[in-house]
Design a protein around this ligand. Sequence first.
Ligand code: NAD
Ligand code: KPL
Length: 302
Amino acid sequence: MWHILGAGSLGSLWATRLARADIPVQLILRDPARLHSYQQAGGLTLIEQGQTQRYPIPAQTLDHPEPIQRLLLACKAYDAQAAVARLAPRLAAGAEILLLQNGLGSQDQVARQVPQARCIFASSTEGAFRPADFQVVFAGHGHTWLGDPHNLHAPAWLKDLHQAGIVHDWSLDILSRLWRKLALNCAINPLTVLYDCRNGGLREHPAEIASLSAELSELLCAGGHSAAAEDLHGEVQRVIQATAANYSSMHQDVSQGRRTEIAYLLGYACTSAQRHQLVLPHLQALHGRLLAHLHARGLPSH
Ligand code: NAD
Ligand code: KPL
């Protein structure tokens, strides 16, 4: 049985694909009001390549007594620790938690909160969004890497993901994967917010992209992730080119007045630089500009 916390974009994308493959799934929703709205909706709807299908997946609230053996945590990084704290009493012996959060920092917060559970980290390039409550559009096929920095042994339930068509690999160095993605996000997303542009608009700022990529590479190497630093600048340029017409996830959050995951991306990078006593002036200036920008719009900076 998979318990899935959060009927947002990724949680719904995973829940519907697992349910479609006849794998037992239970959704965990915040409170009775949200459970009631879900029941009124009659389930989760997946929209994929123009096809719409509703799945009446069972759901329960956070404080339901059923024990949890395997939890997919599909909330934002800033909600992860509090959500897990609510579920801690329900975790069975040997429970496993799959963490879908982008960036870094929330995984350690969760692991500290529930030291008895095995935490598996994920890094995903899949794309999904919610056109309405309890509906999800599978917008971009991608890949999900899973790994556990403390235990290289792959869990047997990866077969469920195969069965559900969730394209994935078990990674023996998930931290490097997460750092590489964090570096790409730090080089691209904040500038798209500050210049209010699509990713392709950054082609007009090659010097800034080059200095940020160089500083992020230095940070990755200082943290022992030199493989993740390899040709970072080249990959940043390739991602900008390949996603030129898209707005970055952070741009979408800010333009829709939503809280960003800045503390788990650029904030985490700057704190880590301080810890390594690195002086990274472009990265630190970018952080300052982004914080001021968010502040001016009344958005949280953590
Ligand atoms: P989302 O905002 O669509 O969904 C999060 C859901 O979690 C919301 O429905 C929210 O109500 C719920 N939630 C939060 N706290 C809860 C609690 N205590 N109890 C019950 N429900 C709770 O977010 P998302 O887009 O699915 O993103 C989740 C994570 O995946 C983020 O870290 C994001 O960066 C990452 N990610 C998303 C995508 C994407 O395409 N959406 C792609 C890659 C990575
Ligand atoms: O992952 C991304 C995002 O929008 O969050 C891209 C733009 C691909 C890289 O930063």
